[in-house]
Design a protein around this ligand. Structure first.
Ligand SMILES: Cc1cc2nc3c(=O)[nH]c(=O)nc-3n(C[C@H](O)[C@H](O)[C@H](O)COP(=O)(O)OP(=O)(O)OC[C@H]3O[C@@H](n4cnc5c(N)ncnc54)[C@H](O)[C@@H]3O)c2cc1C
Length: 328
């Protein structure tokens, strides 16, 4: 039996979809039975515990550190190092989110272990401390096959490429605290407050994402994007220009340096389709683009392209959806 340790992120009292995907990846790392231990930053509520159990986690360690009020990457990395050493873990896994990659990078620096980031597949070669892996490079435009030789492999998981699958053999679950030895410097970097948690559907796991770019024209132009997203039961996404201009918060950014999404429908409105944006939405099942420029790169990537202004097309779409619903 091999052990895999997984850093699990939570949001709004639930496990982040990207972490559920990382747990699925963790279970599949070795042919032999794998025991999965999860590290979380704060006490798990009943929903988090139930989710972790259904994804095959057999033990949860809750980080306990005096003075810690939020995300603290070094403290989390030290806790992962202690868990990995105690269980002689074959691997440590996290979602390839900003936090997951940062915590694993610290863990690599602390332990000297190598980190394979943005993995889509990995498998322990039987009887050896060697992993065969596939991972995304250059924002997903290159797929690399590699071998990682390590006593303990560190992997961050490209969330858009692994489906979250509950464990068919979910069993009992133990919860304990872990208090790694920390000094003041380990807590020097920590999140003291989080942006207001949005009550809606999380961007990373939404089945529909309605995204707006510079072509939306300004912050007020997002009212119709929000309305459309709500009508379709989806989430709002944006391009980096939109966050750089301060029109919308960074947590809504889709792309290489934002969230990677894999919805059934991605509606790109007034977005040119730069490679860094496409890196975050290329796993969408269907893409529809609305743009005034027929030669914008997004148009050749979209399944359906509407050539027109968002200011005209989106209100017409909202009206059409409302009319269709009221006639049903
Ligand atoms: C290291 C690095 C990382 C990056 N990471 C990201 C990332 O994670 N995510 C990301 O999005 N970008 C990222 N970028 C930025 C990226 O290169 C682009 O600059 C950005 O995506 C462009 O945003 P945009 O499409 O909204 O704006 P623009 O490129 O300015 O495109 C605006 C589009 O709107 C159209 N338009 C204008 N008016 C209308 C209208 N009325 N109706 C309909 N369409 C209209 C235009 O024809 C145009 O196609 C990154 C860049 C770098 C260098």
């Amino acid at each position: 039996m091999s052990t895999v340790v997984c850093y699990v992120e939570t949001e709004n009292g639930a496990v982040l979809d990207a972490s559920l995907r990382a747990l699925t990846f963790a279970r599949g790392l070795a042919a032999e039975a794998t025991e999965v231990s999860a590290l979380i930053a704060g006490p798990p509520g009943a929903d988090v515990t139930a989710q972790l159990q259904s994804f095959g986690v057999t033990s949860i360690c809750v980080l306990s550190a005096g003075g810690l009020t939020g995300y603290a990457p070094l403290a989390l990395a030290k806790a992962l190092a202690a868990m990995a050493s105690r269980s002689e873990a074959a691997a440590v896994v996290a979602a390839a989110t900003d936090h997951g990659n940062e915590v694993l990078a610290h863990l690599g620096a602390l332990t000297g272990l190598e980190l394979a980031a943005n993995c889509t597949k990995a498998h322990l070669v039987e009887g050896e401390r060697r992993f065969r892996l596939v991972r995304q490079r250059w924002g997903g435009s290159l797929i690399e096959e590699a071998v990682l030789s390590a006593a303990t492999g560190l992997f961050s998981v490209a969330a858009d490429s692994v489906q979250p699958v509950p464990s068919p053999a979910a069993g009992s679950l133990a919860v304990s605290e872990i208090a790694p030895q920390l000094d003041a410097l380990d807590l020097a970097l920590q999140a003291l407050e989080s942006p207001e948690e949005s009550p809606g559907i999380s961007l990373a796991s939404a089945k529909v994402v309605v995204s707006g770019g510079r072509g939306v024209g300004g912050p007020e132009g997002f009212a119709v994007i929000e309305e459309l997203a709500a009508l379709l039961g989806g989430a709002v996404g944006v391009s980096r220009v939109v966050t750089s201009l301060g029109w919308r918060p960074h947590r809504e950014q889709v792309g290489q340096t934002g969230t990677r999404v894999a919805p059934d429908l991605y509606l790109a409105c007034g977005i040119s389709g730069a490679v860094q944006h496409l890196a975050g939405c290329q796993s969408s099942k269907h893409m529809v683009a609305v743009n005034t420029d027929p030669s914008a790169p997004i148009m050749s990537r979209a399944d359906y392209a509407v050539i027109g202004s968002v200011a005209e097309v989106l209100p017409a779409l909202v009206d059409a959806i409302r009319a269709r619903r009221s006639s049903c």
